[in-house]
Design a binder for this molecule. Structure first.
Ligand code: TXA
Ligand code: MG
Length: 488
């Protein structure tokens, strides 16, 4: 798929057209670029996860024009606490996201199965024009590959998602540079789940002190568990601007190679670094330049990045928060749950491992796993199955069977061969109930996938050929064929 960069009213119309066709498009907001799709269209939303390689347990923010637009009533369930109303009246449109009770119409994928939905009304004129033209609320995470720094220019989006999405609406560099502040208003006191471009102090002036999420509530904002905002080079964050401390750190041997410095202007001027990027002279400028700086230093090919930042007032809190994540600090920050499809059959020795291996022979962020509803642990794949997938370049020789209960993480979709297996998955992994589908139905075929056991090699060979075709269709639904990057 060729990714076009478009601008102006015609560009917005073109992007709205793709949204109506069920595709995600990238667009500017006042914080960072978002990757948005119709929030009520589950396939369109699945395509966001596939394009980004985003873990399926990380819910999305739904972007609306305001709390009075028509789709609102299909998003948010009553009752909404009246202090929350005070927040949206004060801060919308703008960079504040509210966690609100969700209506059942909001697809489970948007909410990652939670009973709440994140909603915000962006103030960027292009974002507003796009929502209006599309006529639906847009579920949109930041438009970066999962785990990478968020994009603050159309070029950043192109760098990460070229070949994976149809269009990027270019609205120039974003104004705030860090994401919206996320506040959970379903809890008392209201919880600050993510510091961001609306300073905590401004919110507390309206609703009083915000609470801090404890371990249980950070499970409610699952995205906070994954490594985030990270460039390729390892990041060391020094939460201090004392030049003596920085010089002492640099005297260590580890800093003798090609490293990069990302720091306030005064520090950049005082310390000589092989490559440096200035965060400017105040926290707003630092927020605006942070992600561009991380990307720039990566592009310069540095082996390590030293970031110097000490402020935690106002938007400085968001900058410090993103640096902690980029440096891999915080509870479980380094564990990334990869995005995956789960194929399920009975014994996990023929049909589902064949589908898994045939899917995984193709490149892409969305990987496959398999399991069986009646599987014994540790059996190899049937010899016929191994032989059937080999000509397609798939290797099943090291496969070992496993039961459903052994699967960790949250699959994007659970694809079963039969209806009975789908029922068994819903019963035994109720937390995945909304994600279970019959493989044939997903690819527009009738019937079920019959067990080839005992029918000789030919039956397995036919099944392999069928699976290759079906998986290609499934892939085209989720991941557009990346024909390499086309220049913008
Ligand atoms: O500024 C922004 O908020 C940008 C622009 C594009 O609007 N969007 C953004 O989205 O940063 P994303 O997906 O990168 O971050 C969404 C955050 C995650 O931390 C996620 O866990 C949290 O919002 N979130 C979404 N739905 C939630 C829910 N129902 N409960 C708790 N947290 C939720
Ligand atoms: Mg993000």
């Amino acid at each position: 798929m060729r990714t076009e960069i478009v601008r102006g009213p015609e560009g917005i119309e073109q992007a709205a057209h793709w949204i109506r066709q069920g595709w995600p498009v990238a667009f500017p907001t006042e914080t960072v670029y978002g990757l948005g799709a119709n929030a009520f269209d589950e396939t369109a939303v699945a395509r966001i996860f596939a394009a980004k390689g985003r873990p399926a347990d990380n819910p999305l923010i739904v972007h609306v024009l305001g709390a009075d637009d028509l789709a609102w009533s299909r998003l948010v369930a009553e009752p909404v606490p009246k202090e929350a109303v005070a927040l949206w009246e004060r801060f919308w449109p703008g960079p504040l996201t509210l966690i609100l009770p969700a209506r059942p119409e909001v697809p489970a994928l948007v909410r990652a199965g939670l009973k709440t939905v994140a909603v915000r009304a962006p103030s960027h004129p292009v974002a507003r024009a796009l929502i209006a033209a599309a006529g639906v609320p847009l579920a949109a995470p930041s438009a970066n590959r999962s785990g990478r720094p968020s994009p603050t220019t159309a070029e950043h989006v192109y760098e990460d998602l070229a070949g994976r999405i149809p269009v990027i609406v270019d609205g120039g560099p974003t104004e705030a540079g860090v994401e919206s502040t996320v506040v959970d208003v379903t809890r008392r006191p209201f919880l600050l789940l993510r510091p961001g471009a609306t300073p905590r102090e401004a919110i507390e002036a309206v609703v009083g002190p915000l609470g801090q999420p404890d371990a249980a509530s950070s499970r409610r904002s699952p995205g906070t568990r994954h490594r985030h905002y990270a460039p390729r080079a390892p990041v060391t964050w020094v939460a201090e601007d004392d030049l003596q401390v920085i010089r002492a750190l640099l005297s260590q041997a580890a800093w003798s190679g090609r490293w990069g410095l990302l720091a306030p202007e005064a520090v950049v001027r005082a310390i000589s670094a092989p490559v440096a990027f200035s965060l400017g002279t105040d926290p707003w400028e630092a927020a605006r330049r942070l992600y561009a700086g991380l990307r720039e230093l990566d592009r310069a090919g540095v082996e390590r990045i030293l970031v110097v930042w000490s402020q935690r007032q106002g938007v400085g809190e968001a900058v410090a928060n993103r640096l902690a994540k980029a440096a891999g600090e915080g509870e479980g920050a380094a564990t990334v749950a990869p995005l995956f499809l789960l194929f399920v059959c009975s014994g996990n020795t023929c049909r589902s491992p064949m589908a898994e291996a045939l899917w995984n022979r193709l490149e892409g962020p969305l990987r496959a796993q398999s399991a069986g509803v009646a599987a014994v642990e540790g059996l190899p794949a049937a010899a016929e199955a191994v032989r059937a997938v080999a000509p397609w370049g798939a290797d099943l020789s090291r496969h070992r069977s496993r039961p459903l209960e052994a699967v960790e993480g949250t699959p994007l979709w659970v694809l079963t061969m039969t209806r009975a297996q789908a029922e068994a998955v819903r019963r035994r992994r109720p937390e995945w109930a909304d994600r279970v589908r019959l493989l044939t139905e997903m690819v527009g075929e009738d019937g079920e996938v019959a067990d080839p056991i005992g029918q000789g090699q030919a039956a397995y060979d036919i099944l392999a050929t069928q699976l290759v075709g079906w998986l290609e269709r499934l892939r085209a639904q989720l991941v557009p064929a990346a024909e390499g990057k086309t220049e913008p």
